[in-house]
Design a protein around this ligand. Structure first.
Ligand SMILES: Nc1ncnc2c1ncn2[C@@H]1O[C@H](COP(=O)(O)OP(=O)(O)O)[C@@H](O)[C@H]1O
Ligand SMILES: *[C@@H]1O[C@H](CO)[C@@H](O)[C@H](O)[C@H]1NC(C)=O
Ligand SMILES: *[C@@H]1O[C@H](CO)[C@@H](O)[C@H](O)[C@H]1NC(C)=O
Ligand SMILES: *[C@@H]1O[C@H](CO)[C@@H](O)[C@H](O)[C@H]1NC(C)=O
Ligand SMILES: *[C@@H]1O[C@H](CO)[C@@H](O)[C@H](O)[C@H]1NC(C)=O
Length: 333
């Protein structure tokens, strides 16, 4: 889109011919003009085309803090851990290994949403950046019988993408549906290596999303609720058993199947709490704002009341979190 068309060149050269008084002068001047043209073209191309440099990739700590504080509801633990982890990693000029985050919790509680917030505060293009890659197990790796193919493919992709740009971000959705051996194949990339085959992975970010451990997180949140305690009082140590090694080493959990865990390659396990009625209301109001509608508490309440809550007796937590708000809002407005 930014290259000069041949006709432009012809006009330029013609103009040069007409203007120059001596023929000898044409040669060097043409060379110079061509040189300038090429440089200009390349600069323009880089200017409009996303490239792996600080104009397109720049971490905004203020922005991330602001987004986590104002856009993410009911996740005080996740918000705190994510900010600390990402800020620490992105401001370190020489990280010893890539940043590896594992986000856990019930569906619709904001795991994909947080990944998006992180991407938006690192990449100018956010999730549309050509340096952000999302893998969804059921989409990219659906057939367990092809695990060997997937393994080499995944390795090739990651290596290729990091070779392209060391500040790459990889998001693995639906980790618990992934064949356990598959994720092991990228283990070397997550480790403390300076370089592997000449490629350094130390500045990349890997984010795993899963529902594993979600039941335990819900149980803890429910216990707090039953005892009338504020959920903001839930601390990371209260969730340790849900996020503990025992869960991941459990061959029934369908999760990593150890090796990522027992080598301590995951830097942070981030729990996502199940969302309550009031959070769903907040989500609905936020969605109205995003659509430039006047926030209407009545409509937000209607949307929230229309969702299903669990457990059956208490009805505290939204079954789908904030996931179906968008379509509900279409219905009520
Ligand atoms: N904690 C939250 N705060 C604000 N919005 C949320 C939250 N959780 C979910 N949402 C909204 O619901 C949508 C679906 O959530 P998502 O992040 O995809 O859930 P999951 O945890 O299953 O990845 C998001 O796009 C976001 O708009
Ligand atoms: C960082 O984010 C804040 C809050 O969203 C915004 O006001 C600011 O302009 C951003 N800074 C840069 C350099 O993009
Ligand atoms: C692929 O999965 C099958 C079982 O589904 C297993 O026997 C085999 O070892 C796996 N292959 C690889 C390379 O992991
Ligand atoms: C980068 O990853 C994508 C998948 O997200 C893949 O399609 C592409 O081929 C990879 N690029 C390279 C250079 O390997
Ligand atoms: C799962 O682990 C338990 C012990 O931890 C073992 O007895 C059982 O055979 C294992 N199941 C499979 C399918 O590997």
């Amino acid at each position: 889109m930014c290259e000069m068309r041949p006709r432009t060149w012809h006009v330029l050269l013609l103009w040069m011919l007409v203007c120059s008084c001596t023929t000898q002068a044409i040669e060097p001047i043409t060379t110079v003009v061509v040189g300038i043209g090429a440089t200009l073209g390349r600069t323009l191309f880089n200017y409009f085309h996303e490239s792996c440099d600080s104009r397109w990739i720049a971490f905004n700590a203020t922005g991330l803090r602001y987004d986590l504080d104002t856009k993410l509801f009911g996740q005080h633990l996740a918000s705190r851990i994510i900010l600390k982890a990402v800020k620490g990693f992105m401001t370190n000029p020489n990280p010893k290994k890539p940043l590896v985050l594992s986000l856990h919790g019930w569906t619709g509680t904001g795991k994909n949403f947080v990944s998006k917030l992180i991407a938006e505060n690192i990449y100018k293009e956010g999730m549309d950046s050509s340096f952000v890659h999302v893998f969804t197990s059921t989409l990219h790796f659906p057939h367990p019988s092809q695990n060997a193919t997937y393994k080499s493919q995944l390795q090739r992709w990651i290596k290729g993408n990091v070779t392209n740009c060391e500040r790459s971000m990889f998001i693995f959705d639906e980790m618990d549906k992934m064949h356990p051996g598959l994720i092991d194949s990228i283990k070397p990339y997550l480790d403390y290596y300076d370089k592997l085959d000449g490629v350094s992975y130390r500045k990349s970010i890997f984010i795993f999303l899963s529902n594993a451990g979600g039941e335990g997180i819900i149980q803890t949140a429910l216990d707090f609720w039953k005892r009338g305690r504020d959920r903001e009082e839930i601390e990371l140590k209260d969730l340790e058993t849900s996020l503990s090694l025992s869960v991941f080493n459990n061959n029934q959990s369908g999760f990593f199947h150890t090796s990522l865990i027992d080598k301590n390659l995951v830097d942070f396990f981030v729990p996502f709490l199940p969302l309550e009625y009031r959070h769903v209301v907040q989500c609905a109001v936020a969605e109205m704002r995003a659509r430039n509608l006047e926030p209407d508490q009545d409509v937000a309440d209607k949307v929230a009341r229309d969702l299903v809550y669990f457990p059956k007796s208490e009805r505290v937590f939204s079954v789908k979190g904030c996931k179906t708000i968008e379509s509900k809002l279409d219905y009520f407005t």
